[in-house]
Design a protein around this ligand. Structure first.
Ligand code: IDP
Ligand code: MG
Length: 149
């Protein structure tokens, strides 16, 4: 079982795309274990994007992710890291495939709407960074037998 942290970045919230983006993930059959609206502060932003420290876009990335509220979600299930990444599309929306979230709703890398964990290890770390354990719900979904054989 993997866990993926999803962030609907400030542009997604400001553009009124929370619903359409979550719908893509929900309609695919992915299961959510956590969901909230929050403001990312400087410290959290630098921790979350620490791997990009020193890169030319780091300062603007921190400015972007802290510029307004975000919606964060946890997706749980087998293979969800790869499945969510493929639903999200390439980092640069200019080359993201049509049918992906970035390919359908965004045009520039600096406004690419959504974050998704890139490995099971990072998924666990990022979920722990954004959610307290009591904010996550372990629940049985009645539709599961229609989604998973
Ligand atoms: P990812 O979000 O697809 O995992 P990463 O390479 O991990 O992509 O980069 C993290 C975020 O940093 C991207 O989603 C994007 O917002 C921003 N970013 C990455 N590369 C650039 C760039 O060249 N210019 C501006 N922003 C960038
Ligand atoms: Mg990344």
């Amino acid at each position: 079982m993997e866990r993926s942290l999803i962030i609907l970045k400030p542009d997604a919230v400001q553009r009124g795309l929370i619903g359409p983006i979550i719908a893509r993930l929900e309609q695919r059959g992915l299961k959510f274990a956590g969901l909230k609206l929050m403001q990312v502060d400087q410290a959290l932003a630098q921790q979350h994007y620490g791997i990009h420290q020193g890169k030319p876009f780091f300062e603007s990335l921190i400015q972007y992710i802290t510029s307004g509220p975000v919606v964060v979600l946890v997706v749980v299930g087998n293979n969800v890291i790869q499945m969510v990444r493929s639903t999200v599309g390439a980092t640069n929306p200019a080359s993201a495939a049509p049918g992906t979230i970035r390919g359908d709703f965004a045009v520039e890398i600096g406004r690419n709407l959504i974050h998704a964990s890139d490995s099971p290890e990072n998924g666990e770390q990022e979920v722990a960074l954004f959610f307290r354990p009591e904010e996550l719900v372990d629940w049985a979904r009645s539709a599961d037998s229609w989604i998973y054989e």
